[in-house]
Design a protein around this ligand. Structure first.
Ligand SMILES: Nc1ncnc2c1ncn2[C@@H]1O[C@H](COP(=O)(O)OP(=O)(O)OP(=O)(O)O)[C@@H](O)[C@H]1O
Ligand SMILES: [Mg+2]
Length: 308
């Protein structure tokens, strides 16, 4: 079972959108997906059609249970109206968790222990984090095989990224056995703006080995998808936002196969095989570096050339 936490200390950078969009693609591939909303604002929970406090069980129960076992974990799960996507919902009471857990040893590993108990139930778990560093975020980071850091391509968001990377370093120093793999996902990229282009350049030069080589472009359909309560691939799989998240998914799966192949279920790995075959059958459509493309447009040239 793969566990991906989607985290950033900066608000509004596309965390919840990333969870919903990846979940949509995984659902289309008929994989078993669990999404966990750890943000007390419950954006993901309401995206999927549930009101705060409207469900009998939620993530708060998991943190407050006296006995963590398979049954208590499974009890917190809600089957959504999208077959294959299950949810551990958030609730406003989660905002008190930091206070309740403070001072207790090992509280950062509760979610990790809970997911270990149900590791045969799902192919992929996606954890939406609040934009605040606290017990909820630490639990998500510790539980994950990969941390996605959505980073809006503008300078203020880059500051948020620095904060996250510092957090990863602190966590690793606190416990060198805690493995931290992170992958930066540039979001809301607008190829017409200098701010987007120069922040992407900055990411490439400073975080090359942890940077996804694609971008999620600005796409107004994301807002429409969230208003309609639909993950974007289930609303319009061909729009550029949905296509970008599909590319991100494939890239993540390739990365996981390298880092922790034992955690990739055969059904999950099969996505890559099918995709390779369909790529072989296509007539050489090349993906274009968005920075090179927009530089070409700004300079009035014919755009980037291949194999220069
Ligand atoms: N690529 C995109 N293009 C256009 N709009 C986007 C894009 N990604 C996200 N949005 C919109 O931006 C807003 C913020 O996105 P989202 O809620 O996913 O961010 P977040 O990081 O989860 O925020 P928070 O920190 O408040 O939880 C939403 O209205 C969403 O629809
Ligand atoms: Mg959010």
């Amino acid at each position: 079972m793969l566990v991906w936490a989607i985290a950033s200390q900066k608000g509004g950078v596309g965390k919840t959108t990333t969870v919903a969009s990846l979940a949509g693609w995984l659902q289309k591939e008929r994989l078993r997906v669990l999404v966990i909303d750890t943000d007390p604002h419950s954006s993901l929970t309401s995206y999927l059609g549930y009101e705060d406090e409207g469900l009998d069980h939620n993530l708060y129960d998991l943190y407050s249970t006296r006995e963590l076992n398979r049954e208590t974990v499974l009890n917190c799960i809600t089957h959504t109206r999208f077959p294959g996507i299950d949810l551990i919902a958030s609730s406003m009471t989660l905002a008190t968790i930091d206070r309740q857990l403070s001072g207790r040893v090992g509280v950062g590993r509760i979610l990790s222990r809970a997911l270990d108990l149900i590791s045969d139930h799902y192919d992929v778990v996606l954890i939406d984090c609040p934009p605040v560093l606290g017990a909820l975020m630490v639990n998500a980071l510790v539980a994950s095989t990969e941390i996605l850091v959505p980073t809006q391509t503008e300078f203020l968001a880059l500051k948020g990224l620095e904060g996250m990377v510092k957090t990863f370093r602190i966590m690793h120093n606190a416990d060198p056995e805690t493995e931290i793999n992170f992958y930066i996902v540039p979001t809301m990229f607008d190829k017409r703006t200098k701010a987007s282009i120069s922040s992407l350049e900055y990411l490439k030069s400073h975080y090359h080995s942890n940077l996804w080589d694609g971008v999620v472009p600005i796409d107004t359909l994301f807002r429409e998808a969230s208003q309609r309560g639909l993950p974007i691939p289930l609303m319009d799989e061909k729009c550029r936002g949905a296509v970008a998240y599909r590319e991100l998914l494939l890239s993540l799966l390739n990365r996981e196969l390298e880092i922790c192949p034992d955690r990739v279920s055969p059904a999950t790995a099969a996505i890559l095989t099918v995709d390779d075959e369909s790529a072989d059958n296509q007539t050489g459509e090349q993906s274009v570096d968005p920075v090179a493309e927009s530089m070409g447009a700004m300079l009035g040239g014919a755009g980037p050339k291949e194999n220069v």
